[in-house]
Write a protein that binds this ligand. Structure first.
Ligand code: GMT
Length: 371
């Protein structure tokens, strides 16, 4: 197959899922053409059958906002024509599904049929998509996609609630390659914490929906009862608010902010507990990655998180903003070595349900069905 994939290039979950999916498809012999405004963070362009096409924006001073969707549609048409694309799979509705619809109409005029698959990832529905500035265009482009998928049951429900959707939505959960999370990184652990200390970790793009200030508040409570360190991986707009809180609580010696890291799987493998107190989370790919590395999760019960993190088995789920309850759950788990070991095993076991070998065939079947 000749597959087009449109995604955001950033470290966000939608771009990561799109990139991993495309790379796996290429390993199966398909040609995969990535379209984005810059090289996707995890994309390995040395893999045969992978092609990257950058959306070029011609800046013009008349435009206060450059018309990105227009340039994206134009590029999709060009790539579909030149490479005989069998389908285009867009990740994140805004503006990708809309731009794909326009590209499809342009190609129709040239007697070329281009099926569109749209995968909804979360805030394209639950936050940005439902804003009055976008709602009707997002609803239209979902309804006009040939196939629509969501990454969780919860997001499917939200989509039906927020929009007037006239088609079936298929749920294909996010996936991971479990084989990438088996390390014994004793040296790395020694670099980051004392032997007796537990390692608590949070990984995200540090945006408001991640409630990263709650992460600091929860850690502040944990460290009063359990010897531990906190590792923060990622960059984003809430970094300053987080730092202010770290200073206010005098936690400078106990918190390491690593920014963007290359070997996230190795850092996860040395961790004991993952915190994810998000106010919105359609799936929680970061939590799944942690679980694959054998790290239990204390999280909020937002959106699709309960489909990934299982109460009293792989971790604990508490109400959004309930810092006290999340702190207590974390202390309980970190203070009981036997329980912690069992939860680590459960986390690893549950992550196997989302292994790429389980999920990839679902996408392949879907691709075959539209062409
Ligand atoms: O966070 C977003 O705004 C979009 C997106 C991203 O690119 O990071 O995240 C969403 O997609 C991920 C991959 O499917 C999910 O694991 C995240 O839960 C989801 N984020 C939200 O719903 C906040």
């Amino acid at each position: 197959m000749n597959i087009g994939i449109v995604c955001y290039p950033t470290y966000g979950g939608s771009g990561i899922v799109a990139t991993e999916l495309g790379m796996e498809m290429s390993k199966k012999g398909h040609n995969v053409h990535f379209i984005s405004y810059s090289l996707p963070a995890r994309l390995d362009v040395t893999i045969p059958n992978i092609f990257f096409h950058q959306v070029h924006i011609e800046e013009y001073e008349l435009f206060h906002y450059q018309p990105y969707s227009l340039a994206l549609s134009t590029l999709m048409v060009e790539i579909a024509e030149n490479n005989g694309l069998d389908l285009i799979h867009v990740h994140y509705a805004i503006p990708h599904a809309y731009a794909a619809y326009i590209a499809k109409q342009i190609l129709k005029e040239k007697n070329i049929e281009l099926p569109i698959i749209t995968t909804l990832h979360g805030t394209d529905i639950t936050l940005v998509g439902k804003h009055p500035s976008y709602q009707s265009a997002v609803e239209f482009s979902i309804n006009r996609s040939d196939v629509v998928t969501t990454v969780s049951q919860s997001l499917k429900q939200d989509t039906y609630e927020v929009f007037n959707i006239q088609k079936d939505i298929q749920v294909i959960p996010n996936f991971i390659d479990n084989s990438l999370y088996k390390f014994d990184c004793k040296d790395l652990r020694e670099n980051l914490a004392q032997k007796q200390e537990k390692i608590v970790i949070h990984v995200s793009n540090l945006r408001k929906v991640k409630r990263v200030t709650d992460v600091i508040k929860i850690f502040n409570e944990i460290q009063k009862k359990v010897e531990c360190k906190l590792i923060i991986v990622g960059e984003g707009p809430e970094l300053e608010a987080m730092n202010n809180l770290i200073n206010e609580f005098h936690l400078q010696d106990k918190v390491r902010i690593l920014g963007k890291v290359k070997d996230l799987n190795k850092i996860l493998c040395i961790s004991d507990l993952f915190l994810l107190p998000s106010s919105k989370e359609s799936f929680g790919l970061a939590a799944l990655e942690a679980m694959a590395a054998g790290v239990p999760v204390v999280s909020s019960n937002a959106g699709g998180i309960p489909e990934v993190n299982i109460e009293n088995s792989t971790g604990f789920l508490r109400d959004i903003g309930d810092v006290e309850a999340m702190s207590q759950a974390s202390i309980k788990l970190l203070s009981d070595d036997e329980k912690l070991e069992q939860f680590k095993k459960n986390a690893r076991q549950n992550a196997l349900k989302f292994d790429l070998n389980q999920i990839l065939p679902q996408y392949e079947k879907l691709y075959q069905s539209v062409i």
